[in-house]
Design a protein around this ligand. Structure first.
Ligand SMILES: Nc1ncnc2c1ncn2[C@@H]1O[C@H](COP(=O)(O)OP(=O)(O)OP(=O)(O)O)[C@@H](O)[C@H]1O
Ligand SMILES: O=C(O)C1=C[C@@H](O)[C@@H](O)[C@H](O)C1
Ligand SMILES: [Mg+2]
Length: 174
């Protein structure tokens, strides 16, 4: 697999968790746009948003997407990467895009257990578990638009990796 693989989906769907395991299974590199921003700016998402607002963060994450995209790489994107049409188009044109889909209730329970507030500051001013319902409703169509494949992300990570590998095999065979 030389084409980059982009994982998209809401906060807590497992892009980072699954991405690490998928890269290992494929013998690929792994990068995470949120982690790339953290190390390249030395600021958390919350720091960037406090200094530059969400618009500033969105500009930086679009830049991060371009910087990390390379052959033989699994790329975990930030939950809002799909908001920009240019990012959706870039991912579809440069690689295979996988949407890890899970319902709001499951996302909320994962985020409640591991909030990581520095990396997931509130998007709406409401508590993270409340806002996930409205954020998912607003973005579901964008995740679907961006994706070449949609994978059920409610299962354990190892099973999700298997489902992604199966989707990639199907795509290669057709
Ligand atoms: N398939 C899964 N089953 C159970 N728990 C999971 C699964 N995937 C991820 N988790 C847990 O949910 C939390 C969020 O996962 P992760 O950080 O991978 O999500 P993410 O999609 O990268 O979120 P973000 O968009 O905020 O970066 C973590 O604590 C992780 O251990
Ligand atoms: O869903 C979102 O808009 C976000 C998800 C995280 O991955 C981070 O990129 C940031 O907290 C924004
Ligand atoms: Mg992540």
């Amino acid at each position: 697999m030389t084409q980059p693989i982009f994982l998209v989906g809401a906060r807590g769907c497992g892009k980072t968790t699954v991405g690490v395991a998928l890269a290992q299974a494929l013998g690929c590199n792994f990068v995470d746009t949120d982690h790339y921003l953290l190390t390249s700016t030395n600021m958390s998402v919350a720091d960037i948003v406090a200094q530059e607002g969400w618009d500033g963060f969105r500009r930086r994450e679009s830049g991060a997407l371009q910087s990390v995209t390379a052959p033989g790489t699994v790329i975990a994107t930030g939950g809002g990467m799909v908001l920009a049409e240019s990012n959706r188009q870039f991912m579809r044109e440069h690689g295979v895009v996988i949407y890890l889909r899970a319902p709001a209730q499951i996302l909320a329970s994962r985020l409640e257990a591991f909030p990581e507030e520095g990396q997931r500051p509130t998007l709406t001013g409401r508590p993270i578990t409340d806002e996930i319902v409205e954020v998912l409703a607003a973005r579901e169509a964008l995740y679907n638009q961006a994706a070449h494949h949609v994978v059920d992300a409610t299962r354990p990570p190892a099973e999700i990796v298997e489902a992604v590998l199966a989707a990639l095999r199907t795509a290669r065979a057709s």
